[in-house]
Design a protein around this ligand. Structure first.
Ligand code: FAD
Length: 461
């Protein structure tokens, strides 16, 4: 591969969020000769791979993190940790004062969709837990310096949702409950990784314990559709055969998980209210529904109360709003007829979960790759660049101390950004990185790797 030198390097593009889709976007840009600054709100750029996938996915997590590292640790890429756009630095600042040719949002979907029940929010973290907070806690609670929210696993909890993440949540409850009861009632220690891998029955059989002896009533997964409608498997295409196949897979997957982890499943019900007593959550009112022409329709006078003092809402995630961007129904608003070009800006785009709000690792990666190639082909051409320069904010024009036409000439000729802008981007990113003692990607990653539960358990042996 041709080695890039200064004359081959093209302009600087900003990527917000460095995880699956962000690292893919940065890598595609870098390979095409662009310089990239990746702003990441956390120390490490692992997003949902670190804080979303439950920690038992050890191999998958490690493999994906190594891939992200490989993509970001490139000469053309400047990684800037601990910068949350919208908090540490405003989006407007990025637009007005940096001079990036394009900005690609790869900030994922970290805001839980609110549970649509009147009055339920007052129980937030005291009866009502949202999925993103819950899994973050589950993945990090063993770390010696963990200072985040604290939750307790309770029997009889109700999980509302129907996607893969809600399945993970019920699994966490059952695995933790079984592990705790085996310890407290039988003085048997079995770690969560073993229960997740073998299943509850196999573990109990090994120790000669009957499930009923654990005294667990069980956790319930409430879903407004049926097991066949669960989006565990995306159909290969929209043909009736592919859709039917995907539905069969979803149904089978749920059945296997019900048998393996022994939770309960309540399909065709949706929460419609809460029961409270003396200010405490006592139950969830469930409305029975039917599916008519694909739509969820409530059935008259068919409600029931599910007694519980803990509800976990896992009904989907949306991008966390960033001031200066527009949102519609909680999703990032795009230009009309476009699914990646962000409304209100010529040079702002979005990839991965930030657009889709869902999807798996492969889909997010492919989305990041495909869309970034399209951005390069359609929006980072010389013509598009000229238009960008003409619209540049005056403060940057002044700081470059050049007339626009001469800048355009310079870029067209050499295919690089004006030195003043590049110098200013380098100075600013260096200033931000100095604040946290960042100088080298590989060293930084090594220094900030979280304490792993599997290592703690191994050391305890
Ligand atoms: C519970 C759960 C289980 C899952 N299990 C699987 C599975 O088993 N297999 C599978 O393939 N997929 C799974 N997925 C889906 C998969 O993890 C995601 O689709 C994928 O990781 C999304 O990648 P992303 O880069 O688009 O978003 P994210 O991973 O969310 O990355 C966004 C990045 O942006 C950063 N960021 C956010 N806001 C800002 C800001 N304002 N400024 C700067 N940085 C910011 C974040 O810190 C993060 O690093 C699961 C998801 C969840 C929630």
């Amino acid at each position: 591969m041709m080695k890039l030198n200064d004359t081959h390097r093209k302009h600087y593009v900003a990527v917000i969020g460095g995880s699956i889709s962000g690292s893919e976007a940065a890598s595609v840009l870098s390979k095409n000769g662009f310089r990239v600054v990746v702003f990441e709100m956390n120390a490490l750029p692992y997003g949902k791979i670190e804080d979303g996938l439950p920690s038992w996915h050890i191999k998958l997590r490690d493999r994906q993190q190594r891939e992200i590292d490989k993509k970001l640790d490139q000469e053309n890429i400047r990684y800037v940790p601990h910068v949350k756009i919208g908090e540490t630095m405003s989006f407007q600042d990025l637009i007005d004062n940096w001079g990036f040719t394009a900005i690609i949002l790869a900030n994922g979907a970290w805001k839980d969709r609110g549970l649509p029940i009147e009055g339920v929010e007052k129980f937030r973290d005291n009866g009502l837990i949202y999925q993103n907070d819950f899994i973050y806690w589950f993945n990090h609670k063993h770390e010696p310096d963990y200072k985040g929210r604290q939750y307790q696993i309770r029997d009889n909890a109700v999980v509302v949702g129907g996607g893969l993440a809600s399945l993970d949540v019920v699994k966490i409850f059952m695995i933790e409950l079984v592990s705790e009861r085996l310890k407290s009632r039988f003085d048997i220690e079995v770690d969560i990784f073993t229960i997740e891998k073998s299943g509850v029955d196999a573990v109990l059989e090994k120790y000669g314990v009957d499930f009923n002896q654990l005294g667990i009533e069980g956790v319930t997964l409430v879903y407004r559709r049926t097991a066949r409608d669960m989006p565990f498997k995306s159909p290969r295409d929209q043909s009736p055969e592919s859709i039917e196949k995907a539905k069969n897979v979803s149904e089978h997957l749920l059945k296997t998980n019900l048998e393996k982890y022994k939770f309960r499943f309540k399909p065709l019900h949706m929460p419609s209210g809460i029961v409270e007593e003396d200010g405490a959550l006592e139950g969830l009112i469930l409305q029975k529904v039917e599916i008519k022409d694909g739509k969820v329709m409530p059935l008259d006078n068919e409600t029931e109360v599910l007694k519980t003092d803990m509800v976990i809402s896992s009904i989907g995630s949306l991008p966390e709003p960033i001031e200066g961007l527009n949102y519609k129904w909680g999703s990032l608003k795009m230009k009309e007829g476009d699914d990646y070009h962000v409304f209100g800006y010529d040079n702002v785009f979005a990839v991965g979960n930030a657009v889709t709000g869902r999807g798996n690792i492969q889909e997010s990666k492919q989305h990041g790759r495909r869309i970034t190639r399209e951005i390069i082909d359609k929006h980072l051409t010389e013509d598009a660049l000229e238009e960008w320069l003409t619209n540049l904010n005056t403060s940057i024009q002044e700081s470059t101390s050049k007339q626009i036409h001469s800048i355009v000439q310079e870029i067209s000729g050499k295919d690089i950004q004006p030195d003043d802008i590049i110098d200013s981007i380098l100075r600013k990113t260096e200033g931000l990185n100095d604040l946290h003692g960042y100088s080298n990607y590989a060293e930084w990653v090594e220094k900030h790797k979280p304490v792993r539960l599997e290592d703690l358990l191994e050391n305890r042996k």
